[in-house]
Design a protein around this ligand. Structure first.
Ligand SMILES: [Zn+2]
Length: 210
């Protein structure tokens, strides 16, 4: 994806998400976007085979993008159903290890490398929407559009991108040497057209108290 296309995607999704966030609700303490809510506990096969990725699919011939995205998602079904929710913790840890290894092996060398890497491997389109200094460090509002895990999935009332949450923690903590916390507050599976992460980079160094 070239720079012009990338910028076009960011502009498109920023205005779309603006509208969605203006029409969101808070249900049981969770943000739920305006897409129709489907009452189900889990995502099934029919849900994962229709990714919605107009920008990332542009340089893939025919429907190749939906094929490799589906292949990736089928990998998530390796967990037995009873473990689907209990497995979220391991997804976060796996993501942290993956993210940290991206930095250790030099595939990502700086914060500026993150978005090009994610676009190249078609994991998603990363938008550092806001960055602010707070008393104990930094707060980031990171959005990922056309996420390989959730783009096009139904609104089941809660986010599911635990691997990506971990990946952001792993990359940012390895790059900064600081303690990083991240939470996905909005997702395709909670009614939006993006994943939105609240990220805290704490001033205290990793492993130190206080
Ligand atoms: Zn998501």
């Amino acid at each position: 994806m070239n720079e012009k296309e990338f910028k076009k995607a960011i502009d498109h999704y920023r205005s779309l998400i603006d509208k969605e966030m203006a029409n969101e609700k808070v249900i049981d303490g969770k943000f739920v976007g305006p897409k129709k809510l489907t009452k189900k506990d889990k995502i099934d096969l029919e849900d994962i085979i229709h990714p919605d990725r107009p920008f990332l699919s542009k340089d893939a011939p025919e429907d190749l993008d939906s094929l490799y995205v589906t292949t990736f998602r089928v990998g998530n079904l390796k967990k037995p159903e009873v473990l689907t929710k209990a497995g979220y913790g391991t997804d976060v840890i796996g993501g942290i290890e993956f993210g940290s290894n991206l930095v250790k092996t030099g595939l990502i060398e700086s914060v500026d490398d993150i978005a090009p890497f994610l676009a190249k491997y078609k994991i998603g389109i990363l938008d550092l929407f806001r960055e602010e200094e707070v008393e104990d460090g930094k707060k980031l509002d990171i959005r990922v559009y056309e996420c390989i895990d959730c783009a096009g999935m139904p609104n089941i009332g809660e986010p599911v991108c635990y691997f990506e949450t971990g990946m952001l923690i792993g990359i940012l903590s390895e790059l900064t040497g600081k303690e990083v916390f991240a939470e996905e507050l909005r997702c395709w599976t909670s009614g939006y057209s993006c994943c939105q992460f609240d990220v805290d980079i704490k001033e205290t160094k990793k492993g130190l108290d206080g």
